[in-house]
Design a protein around this ligand. Structure first.
Ligand SMILES: Cc1ncc(COP(=O)(O)O)c(C=O)c1O
Length: 377
């Protein structure tokens, strides 16, 4: 298998645990294990007595039951638990594709969605959205990419890195188009349930189309990425079985403590949604005001969901150098758009409680760094 380095994760790995002010994180504010165990009486003792043996390869039945409640037509046994969303992406493509196949990927995207299918030897086309038309989805462009051997389509809404939702009519049209051609849709829904207006929430793809697999995770919306737990939901039992067979070569089963803690958190997931939505709603106006004050530097397409947004950096400067200088000099971590092949953009995150503090540090660094300002003149 040949695969290119995962630029997003490599950049994060380099700086995330050294930088003091994380201003680009995609995961919402987390909690401690003590806070999780305080959610239910008896949970503390139950956790201490939880068995640390192997768990079922598909995920513990009580966990799958709890997770299935976010869908309208999926039962626990139509859901496969994996060790993080990242594993699901890897398993999906490798279970489905061979070198004679073709896949289409909505881009810009979380990079593995594009590099993993290429690593199978299959041909891969990008369904690329563009900043100049507000990152709109061009359905005709998608249709023109379909080939007789197209087997997979990756979509992601709410979207990393723009924080935008797909329009509901486009979403249905995409699924109908896939259905007409018998294409499997991998619907990356890891930011679902963090729509800034909950009425904007789209139905899960697995509830609309039999060959769709909805990817869910506790990492982002619920702020529990350290549990490394995610799932795939689908009506296509035989395809889930193929993925499970491959999982026996990756992780076999998930972590027993994580299964316990995820099921516990998920029974109370509304609390996590409300708390994280409150953080986002507090932070977003501050971020918008910051971009207005610095409209000579930034051009902001306000996000409608998730914890992240993609901002155009107006100066004709190298964003990678800009972000690296910022993190070195001020300890503020932004994610350069170069890792998405968008060298004019920067990803901001606003799902952390200390975002106002991180933003204040960015602003004071900008005030003292006249070289960036003068470069715009
Ligand atoms: C769209 C998307 N999919 C998948 C993942 C992977 O998530 P996890 O860390 O839970 O594996 C991420 C992480 O940033 C993401 O943004």
């Amino acid at each position: 298998m040949h695969i290119t380095p995962f630029r997003i994760e490599e950049y994060m790995a380099q700086y995330e645990f050294a930088a003091k002010y994380l201003l680009s994180s995609s995961d919402a504010e987390s909690v401690t294990i003590a806070e999780l165990l305080a959610l239910e009486p008896g949970a503390h003792d139950a956790f201490l007595n939880h068995w640390c043996g192997y768990t079922e390869s598909s995920g513990a039945p009580w966990l799958r039951e709890a997770l299935s409640t976010i869908y309208t037509s999926i039962a626990g046994d139509q859901l496969l638990v994996v060790s993080a969303a990242e594993e699901a992406i890897f398993l999906f493509y490798h279970a489905l594709l061979s070198p004679n196949d073709h896949a289409i990927v909505e881009t810009p995207c979380y990079e593995s969605a594009l590099t993993v299918p290429k690593s199978t030897g299959a041909a891969v086309s990008e369904w690329r959205r563009k900043p100049e038309n507000g990152w709109a989805h061009d359905l005709a462009a998608l249709e023109s990419l379909i080939r007789p051997n197209t087997r997979a389509l990756y979509i992601n809404t709410p979207h990393n890195p723009t924080g935008l939702l797909m329009q509901p009519d486009i979403y249905r049209n995409v699924l109908e188009l896939a259905a007409r051609h018998g294409i499997y849709v991998f619907s990356d829904e890891v930011y679902r349930e963090l729509e800034h207006h909950p009425a904007d929430r789209l139905p899960a793809a697995c509830d609309l189309y039999d060959r769709a697999l909805s990817l869910g995770s506790v990492s982002k919306t619920y702020g529990l990425p350290g549990l490394r737990l995610a799932w795939l939901a689908s009506h296509d039992a035989s395809f889930l079985q193929k993925i499970l067979s491959l999982k026996h070569y990756t992780t076999i089963c998930s972590s027993a403590p994580s299964e316990f803690l995820t099921a516990l958190a998920f029974r109370h997931r509304q609390k996590f949604i409300e708390r994280n939505l409150a953080i986002v709603r507090h932070n977003l106006p501050l971020l918008s005001a910051f971009f207005s004050r610095h409209s000579d530097l930034f051009d902001w397409t306000p996000p409608t969901a998730s914890t992240i947004g993609f901002v155009r950096f107006k100066p004709q400067l190298d964003v990678l150098k800009f972000c690296e200088t910022l993190v070195r000099e001020a300890g503020v971590l932004l994610l350069p758009g170069t890792v998405y092949d968008e060298p004019q953009h920067i990803r901001f995150g606003y799902g952390r409680k200390n975002m106002p503090d991180s933003l204040a540090h960015l602003e004071s660094w900008l005030a003292n760094s006249t070289r960036y300002r003068s470069a715009t003149l």
